[in-house]
Design a protein. Structure first.
Length: 177
């Protein structure tokens, strides 16, 4: 695997987890309500659990950017994405597909779906793929510039796709009116 691909994956996942943590920390009450809706955490532990999840995401975002921690952080990112996917699938299976996933804060409320579960599995696979052995070559300045531009583009497309998923119920409502 080329170190350019690994760097792009690391930058994108770091941005994803930093953004997710920021949403959770900016509106803690909303995220606590979202977490509570899943019905998996006892009521007295909702606040601490919500804070710990946001903190975990923030730590992962930072650890991904530290070269000697990146491989471990990639495995951690894959694991948490799979756990989030499993929790969403469990809620869907229990008939609670109307739950806000808790992915994007108040402005991007998105109901859970099999599409979100699939997205998490794909992101997990990409994270694990980025841990494959790297060829022996250093990144040049051109490589680094390319990584930043591609990662920025991927993050922008990812955010746009999330916003489209969040808007989907509103579009259906407008079309039927």
């Amino acid at each position: 695997m080329d170190p350019v691909f690994r760097t792009i994956v690391i930058l994108c996942l770091s941005a994803l987890f930093a953004s997710a943590a920021a949403h959770k920390l900016q509106n803690r009450a909303l995220f606590q309500d979202q977490l509570d809706a899943y019905g998996l955490v006892p009521e007295p532990l909702i606040g601490p659990a919500a804070f710990m999840l946001a903190l975990l995401e923030l730590v992962l975002a930072a650890a991904l950017l530290v070269p000697f921690m990146a491989s471990t952080a990639l495995y951690g990112a894959a694991l948490i994405l799979m756990v989030y996917g499993l929790v969403m699938e469990l809620a869907i299976w229990r008939g609670h597909a109307d739950i806000d996933c808790g992915c994007s804060g108040a402005e991007g409320a998105t109901s859970i779906s099999n599409g979100l579960v699939l997205r998490n599995l794909v992101l997990s696979a990409v994270a694990i793929g980025a841990t494959l052995p790297l060829p022996e070559r250093d990144l040049t300045w051109l490589d680094i510039g390319l990584c930043v531009l591609v990662a920025g583009t991927v993050v922008a497309f990812y955010q746009a796709a999330n916003q489209l998923m969040a808007n989907r119920p509103h579009l259906k409502m407008w079309r039927s009116a």
